[in-house]
Design a protein around this ligand. Structure first.
Ligand code: SF4
Length: 347
């Protein structure tokens, strides 16, 4: 098996809460609390979950935008989590990022040429001005924007065009991996599809790995290879796309999927309405973190945290989930087979 381009082992990010009379630490926000996954070269792994589950914090932690609380991050065989801040330049070259809001991510006082030239200059990737100009033109070609648009300012572009510029900037230093943090969430439906198609084309052309962070499962289904589902700072299920969408093995994933519109007319999917809100990451529930909202919870779930482990899946290998239901006989496990979501409207 070839070495993954990215391996993440037991990643943790706990943000301290300051307060009290002396302004000391009064607790922690357990935003990411032991997350592990890997991404192969040329693969798209989507990290999904509700707002506040910690998925964007994972992306920012990988980029070392803040110090990590624990865990290992290995990029192409090299540990990067313990690299001192001053030695992160090579890392920044190999990981690109595209954020959600293309309006605030581009400097309004820089023309597109300068926005794209900046990383090329920073990493000394062009020998002279003519090569720099060629690389900038090549980036415009890659993201299907006219070359002469390099003379324009960010405010002269639409949202979709700006996101293309952000993608071109992420590609400027020839990265191996691009982290797309809700990269299409702020765009109109038709523009979303164009940007997703562009990312897929670029992945094929350049062999890029993508970490696609999103709450939009309909988009994820269209463009990913595998999916990792996060809930309250932890990954609760990882599977190839086909397995996850046809036969989810975690009740949280099942509920998320029940809200995705079904494309075939007449094919109904019954909606699972989860009770309550996501608990606070300051004080996550004991046992299984999902037990306060899980329609299948039983006594063991309230005291024992289920580990993430392989589960039986008739559709193929590589399906792991964290749920005690899989220790029960199949007749007592509502997620044992490939099933449509049952109606579990719990008020
Ligand atoms: Fe639900 Fe229990 Fe499974 Fe957690 S372990 S998802 S509470 S059934």
């Amino acid at each position: 098996m070839t070495q993954p381009i990215l391996q993440v082992n037991d990643l943790k990010k706990h943000f301290p809460l300051k307060g009290g009379f002396f302004g000391g630490t009064t607790g922690y926000v357990y935003a990411v609390d032991g997350v592990s996954f890997d991404i192969a070269r040329g693969e798209t792994l989507s990290l999904v979950g509700e707002s506040g589950c910690g998925k964007s914090t994972v992306g920012k932690a990988l980029l070392r935008l803040f110090p990590l609380t624990g865990g290992q991050v290995i990029l192409d065989g090299q540990r990067i989590d313990d690299m001192p801040a001053g030695t992160l330049r090579p890392l920044r070259r190999r990981m690109g990022v595209v954020f959600q809001d293309p309006f605030s991510s581009l400097n309004p006082r820089m023309r597109v040429r300068d926005i794209l030239a900046e990383p090329i200059r920073n990493f000394s990737l062009a020998r002279d001005a003519s090569e720099l100009e060629q690389r900038v033109a090549g980036l415009m070609d890659k993201v299907r924007l006219p070359r002469d648009a390099v003379n324009r300012w960010p405010h002269e572009f639409s949202g979709g065009q700006r996101q293309r510029i952000c993608i071109a900037r992420a590609l400027a230093a020839d990265p191996d991996l691009i982290i797309c943090d809700e990269a299409v969430s702020a765009l109109d439906v038709s523009v979303k599809a164009q940007i997703v198609n562009l990312l897929q084309d670029l992945q094929r052309e350049l062999g890029l790995a993508l970490l696609f962070i999103s709450h939009d499962l309909a988009i994820v289904e269209h463009m990913t290879h595998r999916v990792a589902v996060m809930y309250l700072g932890k990954i609760v299920e990882v599977a190839p796309k086909r397995s996850l969408f046809a036969a989810p093995k975690h009740p949280y994933t099942e509920a998320l999927l029940s809200a995705v519109p079904v494309p075939e007319p007449g094919a109904a999917r019954e909606r699972i309405i989860l009770k309550g809100d996501v608990p606070s990451p300051i004080n996550p529930p004991k046992g299984c973190r999902f037990h306060t909202r899980c329609p299948y919870a039983f006594d063991r779930c309230r005291v024992e945290e289920p580990p993430l482990r392989p589960v039986a899946d008739a559709l193929g290998a590589g399906h792991i989930a964290a749920c005690h239901l899989h220790d029960r006989p199949a007749a007592e496990n509502p997620l044992a087979g490939a099933k449509g979501a049952a109606l579990l409207a719990v008020a």
